[in-house]
Design a binder for this molecule. Structure first.
Ligand code: SAH
Length: 213
């Protein structure tokens, strides 16, 4: 199966029916072939609206959830974005079509290496990848206009709140790993933070330290 015109139409239709209506987000998702980020036997299902397993016991998120999170982040082409949880690299690739610059971090070196190779092959030159515990953010490049977490924290990590610029937006799943999590949006103001709860979601947990692979 290829990401041809008919497949794209179906893919976009499924996204719209799940509430992804932002035209810029839909255009970005039309430009990025999800099959590039899915290996082996699951590649055939790349255009279905379901999460799929990748290596290191992690998952590539469901496209409609990627779309809804990206939409909630309200990214503009002037923004510097930090993504915590590179995974396959799919979400970062979509952000790269919308933002000025994307920094993406994962705790598994092998995932970062694989994602970086795809970004290079696709000429996605505005993405910088690194391996670290992303809960601490990336102070050298802070503050960020937008921060997206694709792993669930119990609470928004303090260093990430601190690295969000005033006026900036952070979107993240919060909650215990195996129970219901909520996707929340944090907006930073001059005097503090506003929290909006968006919807129920299910993500892998945000873990401490580096992974073994
Ligand atoms: N955004 C990804 C899906 C991510 S799955 C995609 O588009 O494919 C969540 C990822 O978060 C996993 O790869 C996991 O290794 C990573 N992760 C979990 N805790 C982390 C941490 N503290 N720092 C960085 N990455 C983390």
């Amino acid at each position: 199966m290829t990401f041809d015109a008919a497949t794209k139409m179906q893919f976009l239709y499924a996204l719209r029916s799940k509430g992804v209506t932002d035209a810029r987000v839909l255009t970005a998702m039309e430009k990025v072939d999800r099959a590039l980020f899915v290996r082996g036997i699951f590649a055939d299902r790349a255009y279905e609206d379901m999460p799929l397993p990748i290596t290191c016991g992690q998952t590539i998120s469901q496209p409609s959830v990627v779309g809804l999170m990206t939409q909630a982040l309200q990214v503009s082409d002037r923004d510097k974005v930090l993504e915590v949880g590179t995974g396959s690299g799919y979400q970062a690739a979509i952000l790269s079509k919308l933002a000025r610059r994307v920094y993406t971090v994962d705790r598994y070196r092998s995932l970062v290496t694989a994602a970086r190779a795809i970004f290079e092959r696709q000429d996605m030159t505005n993405i910088t990848t690194f391996t670290a515990d992303g809960s601490y953010g990336f102070s050298e490049q802070a503050p960020f206009d937008r921060i997206l977490l694709t792993a669930a924290a119990e609470d928004p990590p303090g260093p990430l709140l601190a690295q969000l610029r005033v006026g900036g937006i952070m979107v993240l799943p919060v909650g215990q790993s195996d129970t219901v999590q909520s996707l929340i949006r944090v907006t930073r103001h001059e005097n503090g933070y506003d929290y909006d709860e968006l919807r129920a979601v299910r993500f892998v947990p945000l873990l401490e330290g580096l992974g073994q692979e």
